[in-house]
Design a protein around this ligand. Sequence first.
Ligand code: SF4
Length: 108
Amino acid sequence: MAGIYIHIPFCNKKCYYCDFYSITNLKNKDYFIKALIKEISLKKNYLKNNKITTLYFGGGTPTILNISDLKKIINKIHKTFDLSKLKEFTIEANPENLTKDYINKIKQ
Ligand code: SF4
């Protein structure tokens, strides 16, 4: 059994007390997502014989990503690793980014 943590390093603003790595400039977001998807492929063998039980998106503020970007990442993880025993899927969120529609689309 294993868990996967995905760090999304973008925030709407940088809180003065925060030590986590994050930036507010989104100009490289698309490059980041492409690189992350490549990194997931490169890690395929690392978790080869493991069933993933937890998938955690932290940051940063993962909900700063639009649904399409999030789904690209989740679909890649789904295709790369064995999620048949997934028990927990967590995503850190900024309430300002959340709508009912966004939450419902994440669940699909
Ligand atoms: S990760 Fe959270 S606490 Fe840190 S800067 Fe972003 S919103 Fe603020």
